[in-house]
Design a protein around this ligand. Structure first.
Ligand code: E4P
Length: 217
């Protein structure tokens, strides 16, 4: 499973990228707001650090304007994935932009039917939002499983990019189901390394080592 990092914070992206943990980046208008930076400038900087797909989201609501914004965002770098909302206009824009050979990430997906439409419109990535379904008491992981089944039934090549990931359990469940990619905030990715038994085991080893009175260096 590929790891995308869901942020526009340069330091966090660079730290994870240096460890080989970043296969791509996703941003959205809320994350651009949080960064306090200009979208073109910050996205260009992200693309200079990360070689994998970097999603940049359009903000227009109508297809023609989405297409124009998407083309402008794609000028930033070769690894831009144009992020479009899963609306009828977004699907029209997806069909056009993917037909031009551009990477497209269709976002705000909340049903397997929506994911089916995005695949038929040529999306490179479909972004089902797990956490936001959990927020309304619907199991977001069921959606990942449903999309996996539908895509496998018909051999669609659109990548399932599990999004709105809030916990380490989400990451593990996505990997078990077979999501192609997951995008998570840097904090969640770092938390994947932690386990209480690792901490407890290390503490005991350090106590016993101190009693030996030895040094390795
Ligand atoms: C994905 O592309 C989105 O940017 C993101 O995962 C949304 O996550 P949230 O629901 O935690 O805001």
């Amino acid at each position: 499973m590929k790891f995308f990092v869901d942020t526009a914070e340069i330091d966090a992206i660079a730290e994870l990228n240096d460890l080989g943990m970043v296969d791509g980046v996703t941003t959205n208008p809320s994350l651009i707001l949080k960064s306090g930076r200009d979208i073109m400038e910050v996205t260009k900087e992200i693309c200079s650090i990360v070689s994998g797909p970097v999603s940049a989201e359009v903000v227009a609501m109508e297809a023609d304007a989405m297409i124009a914004e998407g083309r402008k965002l794609a000028e930033i770098a070769d690894n831009i994935a144009i992020k479009l909302p899963l609306t009828w206009d977004g699907l029209k824009a997806c069909k056009t932009l993917s037909g031009e050979g551009r990477m497209v990430n269709v976002t705000l997906c909340f049903s397997a039917n929506q994911a089916l439409l995005a695949a038929k419109a040529g999306a490179t990535f479909i972004s089902p939002f797990i956490g936001r379904l959990d927020d309304i008491n619907v199991d977001g992981m069921d959606l990942i499983q449903d999309i996996r089944t539908v895509y496998d039934n018909y051999g669609f090549e659109t990548n399932i990019l599990a999004a709105s990931i809030r916990s380490v359990a989400h990451v593990q469940d996505c990997a078990l189901i077979g999501a192609d990619v997951m995008t998570a905030p840097p904090e969640v990715i770092k938390k994947l390394a932690t386990h209480p038994l690792t901490n407890a085991g290390l503490e005991q080893f350090m106590k016993d080592w101190a009693k030996t009175g030895q040094n390795i260096l």
